[in-house]
Design a protein around this ligand. Structure first.
Ligand code: GDP
Ligand code: MG
Length: 441
């Protein structure tokens, strides 16, 4: 994707804001990348629309290309869609808290049941009881029992011929009687979704009243992800998703699909076959992975941090030389628009006292005024901005007309600039005095 976006944007000149055409061109490539990452088509469509709205008109940071900028925006939106932050398991119920694991056959339910049990036992010192409700596959209950031995977690004893709902009830009863904190129910799966499976899982849910119903899904699930997640959510009701095989080649597009259709947080992810290979789900990391370009994202993040600092430092340096023209006022206004104040700029200047700081802060203007003032400044010629003293009555009328403002507003801005320039001179002198004093003593 990076290369393709690169070629799209090599053709475009760098410009201030992302235009709709820029964004549309870039998003065409993003769409292909998301489909390649196995995100389901309807989810891709929605997502692309959302990003478009977000991206058009955003400014391109100086040290990055428009292509990189779009990637950052796409990445941020992806992370936002995947969930703002990591959401943990909710076990805040009267014990025993029941966690029911559901999903298709082979998705990793049994393995994840053991992984979560191990984690709860070792990290959170919970007393966990595991029970397999998979009575269809002959070895399934035995599989969980063996895993339980490996991680030293109790499994409910197996009663031949017992049905899933009865096993679930017995597990909860046993846990209540023997003081377990958590009951893990490992349900049976099918190769594909069917009515019988849904009915069985719903019956277990009604009997066990789980605090968490976790859909276990393979990260390799492709276009089917929406269907699987949606059906389980509709028929059983999900509280979270466990994404397995995140250690494989899959880019994890299923995470986005499933999150989008269910609205459920992805709570955990399996990253290997071993029982300690379970991790918290981190939306931003997975977002970069889906896009496959984490390095670009961090580059742009860095650029946006540096940008504000750079601008402020440049201005501070100019002021210290005693120069403060309307261009400087313009970048100051833009800065104010961004940061909502002058404080960070002022902090870089020597010799400002609290009273002066306050005065400047009080002069802080609201956004619409700043916008009008920036319009006035952009209606001036470069000469006028560099040498404001040339702006006499005629020019003021022209500038007001060009910016759709009034002559009074232009006058006010010029006056404001004069005041600011005077203040800057003072600051500069104070800075010098301070330095001399320091140097001579
Ligand atoms: P179930 O049918 O849903 O209970 O699936 P299982 O738990 O039996 O897992 C099926 C296979 O997937 C087993 O071979 C597991 O070792 C493997 N597996 C489960 N989770 C992961 C994972 O996160 N990464 C990898 N690489 N393999 C996994
Ligand atoms: Mg199983």
């Amino acid at each position: 994707l990076q290369e393709r976006l690169g070629s799209v944007f090599d053709k475009l000149k760098r410009r201030g804001a992302l235009s709709e055409a820029d964004v549309t061109a870039a998003l065409r490539e993003v769409r292909v990348a998301l489909l390649e990452a196995d995100v389901a088509l309807p989810v891709v469509k929605d997502f692309v629309e959302k990003v478009k709205v977000e991206a058009v008109g955003q400014n391109v940071l100086k040290s990055v290309t428009p292509g990189q900028m779009v990637i950052k925006i796409v990445n941020d939106q992806l992370a936002a869609m995947l969930g703002a932050d990591h959401v943990g398991l909710n076990l805040q119920v009267t014990p025993p808290a029941v966690i029911m694991m559901v999903g298709l056959q082979g998705s990793g339910k049994t393995t994840s049941t053991a992984k979560i049990s191990k984690r709860l036992t070792e990290k959170e010192r919970k007393k966990v009881l595991m029970a397999s409700l998979d009575v269809r596959r002959p070895a399934a209950q035995e599989q969980l029992r063996v895993l339980g031995e490996q991680i030293a977690v109790r499994t409910l004893n197996i009663v031949p011929g017992e049905q899933p709902v009865a096993i679930a009830k017995r597990a909860v009863q046993t846990a209540a009687l023997e003081g377990f904190d958590v009951v893990m129910l490992d349900t049976a799966g099918r190769l594909a979704i069917d009515e019988e499976l849904m009915a069985e899982v719903a019956a277990v849910r009604d009997a066990a009243k789980p605090a968490e119903t976790l859909l276990v899904a393979d990260a390799m699930t492709g276009q089917d992800a929406v269907n699987v997640a949606d059906t389980f959510n509709q028929k059983v009701g999900l509280t979270g998703i466990v994404m397995t095989r995140m250690d494989g080649d899959a880019r994890g597009g299923a995470t986005l699909s499933m999150r989008a259709v269910t609205g459920c947080p992805i709570k955990l992810m399996g990253v290997g076959e071993k029982l300690d290979e379970l991790e918290d789900f981190h939306p931003s990391r997975v977002a970069s992975r889906i896009l496959g370009m984490g390095d670009i994202v961090s580059l742009v993040e860095k650029a946006s941090e540096n940008f504000e600092l750079e601008e402020a430092e440049k201005l501070a340096a100019k002021i210290q030389k005693g120069k403060f023209d309307l261009n400087d006022l313009g970048s100051q206004l833009k800065q104010m628009q961004k940061m909502g104040g002058l404080s960070s700029l002022m902090n870089m200047l020597p010799g400002m006292n609290a009273g002066q700081m306050k005065k400047l802060k009080d002069a802080k203007l609201d956004d619409s005024i700043i916008k009008r003032q920036l319009a006035i400044l952009s209606s001036m010629t470069p000469l006028e901005r560099e040498k404001p003293e040339v702006i006499k009555a005629k020019r003021r009328t022209r500038i007001a007309g060009g910016s759709g403002t009034s002559v009074q507003e232009v006058n006010k801005l010029l006056k404001q600039h004069q005041e600011a320039a005077r203040m800057m001179k003072k600051v500069q002198k104070m800075g010098k005095k301070g330095m001399m004093r320091g140097g001579l003593q």
